[in-house]
Write a protein that binds this ligand. Sequence first.
Ligand code: HGY
Ligand code: MN
Ligand code: MN
Length: 393
Amino acid sequence: MGANELLASIEDVGRTPGGGYTRLAWDPATMALREWFAGEALALGLDLVEDGNGNQFAWWGHGPDALLVGSHLDSVPEGGPLDGPLGVASALAAVGALKASGWAPSRPLAVANFTDEEGGRFGIACLGSRLATGAIAPGTALGLRDEDGTSLAEAMQAQGRDPRAAGPADWLADVKYYVELHVEQGRWLAPHGAAVGVASAIWPHGRYRFEFCGQGNHAGATAMADRHDPMLAYAATVLAARELASASGQRATLGRLRVEPGSTNSIPSRVTAWLDARASDQGELEALVAGITARAEAAAAADGTTVALTPESVTGAVEFDHALRHRLAGLLDAPVLATGAGHDAGILAARLPTAMLFVRNPTGVSHAPQESATPQDIDEGVAALTRVIEELG
Ligand code: HGY
Ligand code: MN
Ligand code: MN
């Protein structure tokens, strides 16, 4: 099957009434997608293996110096249809086309489905690839809890996995290259008239938890002068993030919030907010976060409230392997572009030569139901990935 058909075969999995997709790690939707992946691997005659972290691999041959292609199948809440699944479907379609043509790889080849790339449930992105590469300690990851208080370990156990198996994975030693195809996030390829691009780098980025604490009180009986409302420092922080990121050409978002007790007629006692900050280099990222934090602290001090900052995950700049990206850009006659989005390829790049292909996204919208790519461009992406596999495989 081609990638468009493969994507159509999962279009109802994890679909939400708003037309988006919520497919979180170890939830029913991603479990159904794991079954789908297993079925497609079987149909292609590939050998399905799962590592102790839940990452799935469909192998064409086994052994060292392997070429790994693939992506992830989980989404952010209310995400789009392509972020992740496009890479997995394109890899399956490319392998299917190569098998049908009688081509045979000179090295082992595998298609990967990395688990929990978005961090949409447990808060830290790329958990599957971070665990496999040792970028996060199993104890830290397994102790992460979702909004219901369920830990990653409990979620894995509920799906029949043994969390004690989580951690650095043996397959890493067998992989020579990893190439991830992904829908473009942002709009660069369209104005440059290209259907496919090659990634140069990933911006440094991080997730930071702000905890604003004040005095809970009655919304109607408390005079305004007597309030210590943590919502005010939160509001000042949101505005500061926007102002400072815009002024420095970087990016900052506070898109996740928890208010306690969260009742209409109570002044909050605690407001927890998460900052997603991204910048063109590490120094800019640190300056941006420091600037936002200073503004949060000043606002809290003015209101007699407090604020505490906890970095939850910080990922340094990723430069994709220069020789590999140059070779693929030449092979495909494709432009090279950086991205502000994180990927499993960014985690694996610390351990082995890694590259990414981007498929044109006409509007650039991602992490939202409106994410799209044309069927023609999706086919062009598969053709490009097929050529890369023939070149490297
Ligand atoms: O957040 C990111 O950049 C990626 O989509 N996980
Ligand atoms: Mn992704
Ligand atoms: Mn994403």
